[in-house]
Design a binder for this molecule. Structure first.
Ligand SMILES: [Zn+2]
Length: 502
């Protein structure tokens, strides 16, 4: 999504209401004030600058490698059934806030890269903290608008079968570079921008396919699909699953949302009718539970893919086991509705969803200290302490709020309303919690979240934290903390379990 530029405000309808304003960051509040002055009576505020949560630019060649603001990305995927190959052509328009060598990411090697219609080279480079890898275009750009095009071959989670193709963009937040950049050229998590995909399966006449995706889907002819994704999506939002039409049984229904919508729900399940019935019942129960506590489901539709262990969240979609559904669909509010801007912010949604799993139990003491939000600015995965110690921390804050007569679930409802469709950081949450509760949480965050201050005592973790296993994103658990570059051959079990989901 476009960043605000100097002297140029993009307006958007303010979805929250007055109390929700207290949950906004001081920066947003001042922006809101400025817009309110400029547009008296208008119920709108300045769109947050996507670039303010970008990691720092860093020296590269004779200048700087610079993070840029993607304006939009259009992808054309051709599945060649005879050749058993997938070729992707991509066009990205972006705005460079400052001059330098533009940064993006794509795990497969790009080819035919052109920047503003001139051939360009691309390097894969470790960031200055050696936390991850990035792609850097070897052509220096001036500040302003630019166009980047490239092609690449896609092979990850693609399977050519005798009767058609299966392909999906499975993601996990527990392994580095495992969001959209595994499959398509993308920006990092701080950036929101509209995306389209045109998908063609060639040479497969008479073998009709089906695309399930959390965007608007057109199917103009057999084996041709056009998907348009919302502008608020980041690189972690997209759900995409291509199969033959009848590969997996589906149940579709409309769920009566609390806001009056007939919310379209699609549940598709690998398993028998009993399992399907269980998924449908659990989906309805989870939606009722979440809408009661946190308001209308924040996405235009719901997709539940019932398969595999654990689960993973997408915007309005999930791959989930039956028992993880409540946890995963809660992520449509707290991870893929309000969206973490980077790896140091990823702990928040896992702590929130895991607190839901504990039936919102309160704690009189914090868990053990962590540095969940204390990693490098280039760190891109969720710290595994989020599930146990992070949840203990939130349950302790909730208990302190409770003592002041303030309800933490009520806080979360307002926080989601105020920040929905925007990225957030640990500081966004801390400030909002302080404003809501009146508590000074600076020191507690330093000890239990940032790991920058030693604890005076070390409280015990809860029994949940001691037994905690990641309930979602766990397909790739064995790969955790391993580096894709240093380990080009992923552990066999993990790759197999992902392919089994196709
Ligand atoms: Zn989760």
């Amino acid at each position: 999504m476009a960043a605000s530029r100097p002297g140029h405000f993009t307006l958007r309808v303010f979805r929250g209401y007055l109390p929700a304003m207290s949950l906004l960051s001081p920066r947003l509040l001042s922006a809101l004030l400025m817009v309110s002055v400029a547009f008296a009576g208008a119920n709108a505020f300045a769109e947050p600058a996507n670039m303010e949560n970008a990691p720092p630019n860093f020296p590269y060649r004779d200048g700087d490698a610079v993070f840029v603001d993607f304006e939009r990305a259009d992808y054309h995927l051709v599945y060649d059934f005879a050749a058993k190959t997938v070729t992707v052509e991509s066009e990205i328009t972006f705005n460079a806030p400052v001059g330098g060598y533009p940064i993006f990411d794509l795990v497969p090697d790009p080819r035919d890269v052109r920047l503003d219609d001139r051939a360009a080279d691309v390097a894969q480079v470790a960031d200055p903290d050696d936390a991850s890898y990035l792609r850097i275009v070897g052509t220096k750009v001036a500040p302003g608008a630019h166009r980047l095009t490239m092609a690449h071959s896609l092979a990850t989670n693609v399977e050519f079968r005798p009767n058609g193709v299966a392909s999906a963009f499975w993601m996990t937040d527990l392994t580095d570079r495992h969001y959209l950049e595994q499959y398509l050229p993308s920006n990092l998590q701080f950036n929101q921008y509209p995306k389209t995909m045109r998908i063609e399966i060639t040479g497969a006449q008479g073998m009709p396919h089906l695309v399930r995706a959390n965007g608007t889907i057109r199917n103009p002819s057999e084996n041709v699909f056009e998907v348009k994704f919302p502008a608020y999506y980041s690189n972690a939002s997209v759900f995409f699953h291509l199969t033959t039409v009848d590969a997996i049984p589906t149940t579709k229904f409309n769920y009566p949302s609390v806001d009056g919508r007939a919310l379209p729900v699609e549940v598709y399940v690998v398993g028998n009718a009993t399992l399907m019935a269980q998924y449908v019942a659990n989906t309805k129960a989870a939606l009722a539970d979440l809408e009661k506590d946190y308001g209308p489901f924040p996405h235009p539709k719901v997709i539940v893919y019932g398969n595999g262990p654990g689960g993973m969240e997408y915007a309005g979609a999930t791959v989930s086991s039956p028992y993880a559904l409540g946890h995963e669909l809660f992520h449509s509010y707290n991870a893929r509705g309000v969206m973490p801007a980077d790896g140091n912010s990823g702990w928040m949604d896992e702590a929130m969803s895991s607190w839901h799993d504990r039936h919102y139990a309160l704690r009189t003491t914090p868990g053990a200290p962590t540095k969940m939000a204390g990693h490098s600015a280039y760190f891109r995965i969720t710290d595994g302490d989020a599930y146990g110690k992070g949840t203990d921390f939130l349950a302790w804050i909730a208990n302190r709020m409770d003592a002041e007569g303030k309800d933490f679930k009520g806080f979360l409802r307002e926080y989601y309303r105020a920040n929905m469709y925007h990225t957030d950081t640990t500081e966004t949450l801390r400030r909002a919690m302080e404003i809501y509760s009146g508590l000074d949480l600076a020191k507690d965050f330093e000890v239990y979240v940032y790991g920058t201050l030693a604890a005076e005592t070390t409280p015990k973790n809860s029994k949940w934290a001691r037994a905690s296993l990641a309930t979602c994103g766990s397909f790739s658990e064995v790969e955790k903390d391993e580096r894709a570059m240093e380990n080009p051959f992923h552990p066999r079990l993990t790759a197999e379990s992902l392919r089994k989901l196709l």
